[in-house]
Design a protein around this ligand. Sequence first.
Ligand SMILES: O=C(O)CCC(=O)C(=O)O
Ligand SMILES: [Fe+2]
Length: 302
Amino acid sequence: MEFYLEAIATPEVKVNILLNGGHNYTIWLKTNSPLLQSLLAVIRGDSQPQTNSGAQWFHIPLENGHSALSFPQSSLVGVVTEPPLLLENIASNDLQGTNIFPTPLVQIDNFLTEEEKLKLISYSLEKESAFVDTASRTNTSYHPDHRKSSVLYQFPEISEIFLRRFRKAIPFVLSKLGMGLFPISRIEAQLTAHNDNNYFRLHKDNGTPETATRELTYSYYFYREPKPFYGGELLVYDRKILNSCDYPSDSFQTIEPRNNSIVFFPSQCYHEVLPVTCVDKAFANSRFTINGWVRREENFKF
Ligand SMILES: O=C(O)CCC(=O)C(=O)O
Ligand SMILES: [Fe+2]
């Protein structure tokens, strides 16, 4: 199922520009405005080097163009943004001679109410016959055993329960992960079941042209109590950059699929689901998830 939203992340950001000498000015900018990107690039220290013609300048129209704020790039000391836009400090990581980037990750417990979670469980059990094998969509002759699980792509009856909570969490989650806000084109969601000896081998979620706009991966876990399976941990790997390509590093975090918890991480990070052991093999005793991806608008670049 795919949900189309206008943009749940704030479309406009309040930016307080801090200049040398203690001056500051507040303006409002769209999250995808080139001016905002340029201001952030200067703060990050990755703007173009200055040319012979002298210092580069910012010229910012104010009051519908009746006045302008002009200052050289070198006067920009910082910006205060509301909501917070956090910058990934790639440059300083390079300086330290490391090409390993720890994956930021957030897991939130008690994401839904107990009643809502129970409703998701009984809904999933009612729909057992509508679940399909994931193998046909994911496995290839090259990787015949890449994934084993079953999935339900349509579940309109319960999407609202989940989405209500999900929408609210996004700005907090992006800020916790150190990811900037982005205009959201859509949120994808699927309901999966991992039963005995089901797994999903190492992969990342945005590695093809069709999936390239996925920015944020999430997985919400729910199942019957007492916990009817073991295994099924999610391993999320740190990133290793070599010759501008990224690979999973040897280091990873192990996420216990705690009942009624949701985990978030950037879609560019490699991860895998370890095999589940579900002794009685009953569908009702599966490790269930609602999982998916938050996509940015196609033409938006960080
Ligand atoms: O079930 C999980 O914990 C993650 C699933 C996953 O990685 C995916 O569906 O792409
Ligand atoms: Fe994945």
